[in-house]
Design a binder for this molecule. Sequence first.
Ligand code: SF4
Ligand code: SF4
Length: 384
Amino acid sequence: MSTQRLYRIEPDALNELIQSLRKQNYTVIGPTQRGAAIELDEITSTSQLPIGKTDEQAPAHYRLKDRTDGAFFAFSAGPHSWKRYLFPPVLKLFTSRKNADGVHIAEEPPATEKEELYALLGVRSCDLSAIQIQDKVFTGGAYQDTAYQRVRSKVFIIAVNCVHAGGTCFCSSVRTGPRARVGFDLALSEVVDGEHYFIVEVGTDRGEKIVETLTRRPAEDAEVEKADHLIRAAAQLTGRSLEPDNTREILYQNTEHPRWDVVAARCLSCANCTMVCPTCFCATVEDTTDLAGSEAHRIRKWDSCFTLDFSYIHGGSVRPSSRARYRHWITHKLASWVDQFGTIGCVGCGRCITWCPVGIDITEEFRVIRETYLMNRGTGLNKE
Ligand code: SF4
Ligand code: SF4
């Protein structure tokens, strides 16, 4: 961590941060316990954070546990990702009304300034990378998603460096974490080790302006080193790994690998993996009318390449089997995404592993296929 623009704040100052942001009209979104999981929602004070909670994650397994140290952020990614605020699950695009003059289309007015002004508190490094990936998807090409751009251009991001490695995470292997490097206004590192404090790293001028409103002091080297040590330790403890080099070649050369049948026998095509994934961006549009046929709405909704209908074109689905759909999903994530956007589409958050009801693990599926590729190297069986 660079020692420039690093401050130490006490836990109470985190509440000052939330109040400062609220005074500037931000709706602060952060992690909070909802039932048996840590989800994302509006928070108005630190008392709504999952203080003293941690999570235990494994394939198809998520449990909250108590800690005794009062840590604010000692858990890893939950079922929600930040994309629900930048790319909402349901968005009305327009309404058309029929009257004596004909049909009139009214685009949905953008939400009010306050409704769309988000401060995201607790964005992990993997999720920062996911936001950067979705930036490319929605705003990096010839066609811009104006709704995404409008919200994204105003969002204030407070990252939190991970010191608790999750059982299904693999950010360090795909080089997206556990430390936030770019793309934040402020980044927090929590130290709970005899004393409880946060190191605040400033990423932007508007971040600096918010920090100026907090009770703070410049961080001392030893305090920064303690935080750095915890982050380095977390990097060694992530529960899984995925080798990110050559993913494209490996998957393109194994489109008929027998493993696709093995995974298809387990996959329920439930689409959970795509709903929880912070980079998946598939959507569909639905039109609805009132009973009189005088008013119709067009709504955009998250969709998934795991549904049969998603690739339905004039008379049939392009990917009629679970085998074809799983193969498509992982090949897009780790291979054709590189062709489209220049990076793989997986940031190693582990959500798809935890929330798959049958525990299908992207790292394990890829590992098996990669082993075949490595075994065939030099034999002429790979198209090298
Ligand atoms: S594919 Fe899985 S591990 Fe990768 S970003 Fe999506 S949910 Fe996270
Ligand atoms: S891989 Fe798992 S989460 Fe994804 S569709 Fe198949 S069963 Fe559902």
